[in-house]
Design a protein around this ligand. Sequence first.
Ligand code: ADP
Ligand code: MG
Ligand code: MG
Length: 927
Amino acid sequence: MTDSKKWVFGFEEGDGKNKKLLGGKGANLCEMTRIGLNVPPGFVISTEACLAYLDDPQRALPPGVWEQTQAAMAAVEKKSGKGFGSASEPLLVSVRSGSAMSMPGMMDTILNLGLNSTTLQGVIKATGDDARFGYDAYRRFIQLFGKVALGVPDELFDREFEQVKHAAHAKQDVDLTAKDLQDISERFLKVVEKHTGRPFPEDPYQQLEIAIKAVFNSWGGKRAVDYRRQFNITPDMANGTAVNVVAMVFGNRGDDSGTGVGFTRNPGTGENKLYGEYLTNAQGEDVVAGIRTPKALDQMDAEMPQMAKELAELRSKLETHYCEVQDFEFTIERGQLFCLQTRNGKMNAQAMVRTSVEMVQEKLITKEQALLRIDPISLEQMLFPRLDPSVKVKPVAKGLPASPGAAAGIAVFDADRAEHLGRDMGQKVILVREETKPEDIHGFFASQGILTSRGGKTSHAAVVARGMGKPCVAGAEGISVDVNRREAIVGENRFKEGDMITIDGSSGAVYLGEIPTVEPDFTPELSTLLGWADEVARLKVMANADTPDDARRSLKYGAVGIGLARTERMFNDTARLPIVIEMILAETPEARQAALDKLLPLQRADFRQLFEVMAPHPVTIRLLDPPIHEFLPDAHQLEKELGELRVLAQSAHGMTALAGTLNLLNVGEQARRDFDVVRRAIDPMLVEEAITKKETMLKKVRALYETNPMLGHRGVRLGITFPEIYQMQIRAILEAAADCAKAGIKIKPQIKVPQVCTAEELRKVKEFVDTIHTQVAAQYGQPVSFKFGTMIEVVRACMRAESLAEEAEFFSFGTNDLTQATFSFSREDAENKFLPLYNQSNILQDNPFEVLDVKGVGKLMKLAVEWGRSVKPDLHVGICGEHGGHPASIAFCDEAGLDYVSCSGPRVPVARLAAAQAALKQRGRKE
Ligand code: ADP
Ligand code: MG
Ligand code: MG
C-alpha cells in the first residue's frame, strides 16, 4: 500500500454505485449529494481502509488514512462554516458505520462528536444561550461515545441519570433543567474515567480517531462475525465496513425542527403514498427509541405545511432517481430539511408485487425489471392463510414450521375421528398425533391442518401436508399426546378432543382457542405480474395434483396442466383401501381380477374428474409406484393384535366351559342372562375366524417384506409382475378419456411409467397400452388420443435415454429418486443422520433434496436430454420432483432445455415467476 492510495471520499466525489467500497449508507450519501439533495457535508472512509486496518496486528490506521481524514474534515469545515474544535463556531459530527449489506451487530452511531468543555460553550452561545440544548447534546455524546467506542456499560450511565431525575422530581426527560443535565454530564464524565481509568478524551481529533477505530473493530467483533455466519454473508457480498462522518444537524432546536423516517410507498400494502413517522423538536434516535410516540407523516401537512411540501419533493426525487421504493431518514433543523440516509425499502410480498406493477405503469421501471425485482419464494407468503395480525395471543407450544399457512379447528387425535368429524360432520378439525403414518392419510384429507409432537421437516406428516398444501406444525415436543384419553397436555394446559386450537405452519406456533385467519387473495397486481411472467418464460409450469380439488387450486394458481398425478393417493381412501388389500391378498389371478374389477370404475371416475377439471390442459398420470406392502398394516401391529386375539380365544373357550357350571353358583337370572350375551358376542368361532384372517394377513405382510423397499418391488417392476394392476389403471385412464371425448370435452391424457431402467420394461407396458387402447376405441366407437412416456429417476434410465426415447414420447425427471440414486443416499437417513454435518462442514454446500445438485444430478439430466433428443428431436421433457418448485433448480431446468416444470399447487406462482427470471437471465447472458 502506498501513501497515495485513496481511502477517504467526500460525499461529492464518492461513486454512489460502489457499495462494496463505500458501504450502502456511504454510497447513497454520495449519490444523494451528487443529485442535489440536501445532505449535510461529510465523507466516507472506505471498507478497504477497514480491511487494511484489521490486517495490521498493531492496529494502526493504514498510512494515509489519517491525513486524508484531516483533509476531508477541513473540507467539511469549509462547507459548514464551522470549525472542528472551535470555541466560537464548533462543528460537531456523527460517526456512523455501514457495510455493503445492512447488518446488525456492527457499531451504533455516535452523535455530537467534537463536544468538550470548550466547544460546549460555543454550542450554547451559537444557539442563543440555550444551555439546556447544549448540555442535553453533551450528555448524549458522553454516553454514546462511552458505550460505543469505549465499552462502558449502559447501566452505569442509566443509574446516574435516574438518580438525578429522581432528585429533581422529574417525571420525564423533558422536565430536566439545564442544571440537571449539566449535573448528569459531569457524573457521566466521571463514570467514563472510573471505568476506563482515563479521563474522557477532550481533543476532538482524538475522539474522532478512537471512534473510527471502534467502527473498524466492530466489523471483526463477535456479534458481527456470528451474524455473518448465521446468514451466510460471504466476503463477496460484504467485506469490511466503511465509516461515515457527517456534520450534525439538529432536529431538537424547537418546534420548527424535527426528525423522522419515511417510506416512499407503504411497505405493508404497496400503496403509492408517503408512509412514515416523525417527531417535532427531537433527535433522530428518539423516533427509534420509542421514548415519545411519533406522529404519522400524514399529519405533517397540518403541522408544518412547508416541510410537508419539501418532504413530498424529496420523496419524488428519491423515487425517480433510484427507481425503487426508498426507506429514508430525515431531520429538519429550523425549517431546513436534510436527508441523512436512504436505502431500498424492505417490503412484504404483497407490497413488492403491487409496487412493481404500479411502477411499471408509471414508467419508472420496465416489465423485466419488475419481474426481476421480486424473490419468487416470497410469493408463497401471499397464498397461504395467515393468522390475523391484529390478534395478539401467546403460543402455548412451538414446533417446526413444517408446512406453511395457519389453520384453526377442533383437536382430534386419530384419523378416523378426523374423518368422521371433519368430513361427515362438516367440522373444522386439526389432526393431532404423536406422528403420522400412511394409514392416517384419510385423516389428512378431512383436516384443516396437522400437528405432531414428534418428527422433523421431512417426517411423514410434514411431507404429506406440504404436498396437499395444508398447514403443519411438526415435532412440537412440548405437547404430550394421549390418544387413549383423547387429550394432549401442554405444560399446565390441556386440550381434549373437540377443543379449539390454532396452528401456524409458517412459524411453528401452536395456540389454544381459535385465532381468526385471513384468506389470501390473488391480488389483481399479482395476476398482472404473473401474466407478464408467462409472456417471457420459456418453461411451462404444471402442477403435481392428485385430486380434483388440488387440480382446481393449481388451475387457479395458473398451472397449464398436471405434470404428476399419483394414483396411490387415490388408493388410500377408506372406501378403497379394503378393496386394494383384497387385491393384494388374492391367491389366484381370478380373485385378484375380481378386486381389480371393483377398483376399475372408481379409478375411471377419478381420472375423468381430473380430466374434466383440467381440460383442455394435459393431465399426466403416473401408474402405481410405491411398494405394494405400503398399503398393508404393519407386521408388529398385526403380531400384537394376534397375541390379543389368542388370549381372547382362550377366554372364549373358558367362558363356554364356564357357562355349564354357572348354575352351580348362586347367581341371579339377570346376571346369567348378561353373561350369556357376552359369551355369545365372543363366540369362539368368530374369534378363530378373526385369527385366521389376521394370520393370512401377517403371512402376506411377511412375504411382501423387503429389506430395501425403495429399491425393491415397486414402480414398473410391479407392473411387470402383477400386470393386472397396470392393465386396470391403463384401462381406467383410456376409458375415462373416451368418456370425455364422447362428451365433447377436449383433454390430453398422458400415461407415465415410474422407475423404468430399461426400454424393455417400457415396451412391455406399451404393449398393454396398445392392446387396451384398441379395445377401448372399439368398445366406445371413439378414437382416443393420449401420450405415453417415462419417468427418469434411475441412473440407468439416464444412461439409456436413447433407447428409452424410442418408446417414450416424453421424459419426466423424478429428481427426488434420481438424487437418492445418484448420491446413493436414502433421503430420510441422510437428512436425519449426516447431511446437517455435511452442510455445516461444507462437504456439501446444500441439501441436494432441496436444491437440485446441478453438478451431479444435473449433469445426468443434461446427458439424458441430449441423448433422448438425438433420437426424438421433439421429445417433451419436464421435471416433477420437489425441485420443480425451487427457483435455482428452475433456472437450471431452463438452461438444460426442459419444456416444463411441475410442482405443488402453491408453488405454481413461485415457479411461474422463477421461470420468467430464468428466461430473462438467460437472454441477458446471450446478449
Ligand atoms: P442506523 O444504521 O442504525 O440507521 P444511523 O447511522 O442512520 O444508524 O444513525 C442513527 C440515527 O442518528 C439516524 O436516524 C439519524 O437520525 C441520526 N443521525 C446520524 N447522523 C446524524 C447527523 N449528522 N445529524 C443528525 N442526526 C444524525
Ligand atoms: Mg439509519
Ligand atoms: Mg419417484
